[in-house]
Design a protein around this ligand. Structure first.
Ligand code: CTP
Ligand code: MG
Length: 233
């Protein structure tokens, strides 16, 4: 069995507001995208990685791949131009994977410190169950529903709520079939697991991890820099 990983890095990073797209900003001297490429190709699997980037960053991405992935790696890597929306970027990545692949992970480059253990947990559960699998964290804070003015209306029961992360894992045909129906939805979800669910598939959770936190705002950048220091990553 062969593993496929789609690393989506083609977003503009508008909420971060940096001068470069999010995946190409510097984190202590390394480009954000390097971390995802390194962890994916460190996994002890025979696999294919599709790195999906803004079209005008393809040459730079290829240079990074050649520097980060050892020449004798069992992984093959391709760089693919992304789309306007995340679901398009995922589909372009999926389409670039060879036919031999049975299990696919989709991972946000914006979660640079998701661990190899988390990847393996997701892969293992997909292969054990045949279902789609996403990392999830229990929400610790009290949750309240507010209106546009920030006025609180009620406390929401957090018992059945989790916050979900990537890598998200799928049997290849399940994800491909879900993406084939994406255009049928008026509002196309950004989350691949949601697409699978709408197509009737079962999605289960495994424990997520704080390290897999997503870089969205400048405040997240400070948090990730702190992770880098604290874990000597
Ligand atoms: N992504 C992508 N193609 C897009 C949009 C998003 O590959 N058209 C990727 C991003 O690069 C990121 C992941 O999907 O790794 C999660 O998206 P998000 O955090 O929303 O990143 P951006 O879209 O870049 O940020 P923003 O929404 O603030 O512009
Ligand atoms: Mg976005």
């Amino acid at each position: 069995p062969t593993l496929g990983i789609v690393l989506v890095a083609a977003g503009r990073g508008e909420r971060l507001g940096a001068s470069a797209p999010k995946a190409f900003i510097d984190l202590r001297g390394r480009k954000l995208i390097e971390f995802g490429i390194a962890v994916a190709t460190s996994l002890p699997h025979t696999g294919h990685l599709a790195v999906v980037v803004p079209e005008d960053r393809a040459a730079q991405a290829l240079e990074i791949v050649n520097r980060v992935v050892p020449a004798d790696s069992p992984w093959t890597v391709t760089v693919v131009p992304g789309g306007r929306e995340r679901h398009e970027s995922v589909r372009f990545g999926l389409d670039a994977l060879p036919d031999s692949i049975d299990t696919v992970l989709v991972h946000d480059a914006a979660r640079p410190f998701a661990s190899a253990e988390l990847f393996e947990r997701v892969i293992g559960e997909v292969r054990r169950t045949g279902d789609s699998v996403i990392p999830a964290l229990r929400v610790a804070d009290t949750l309240k529903r507010i209106d546009d003015e920030g006025i609180v209306h009620e406390t929401v029961d957090r018992t059945p709520l989790v916050a979900v992360q990537t890598p998200q894992g799928f049997p290849r045909e399940t994800l491909a079939a879900a993406h084939a129906t994406a255009q049928l939805h008026a509002d196309i979800p950004t989350d691949d697991a949601e697409l699978v669910q709408r197509a009737g598939g079962r999605v289960r959770t495994v424990p997520g991890e704080i390290n897999a936190h997503k870089l969205t705002t400048p405040e997240d950048l400070r948090l990730l820099e702190f992770f880098l220091t604290a874990h000597a990553l």
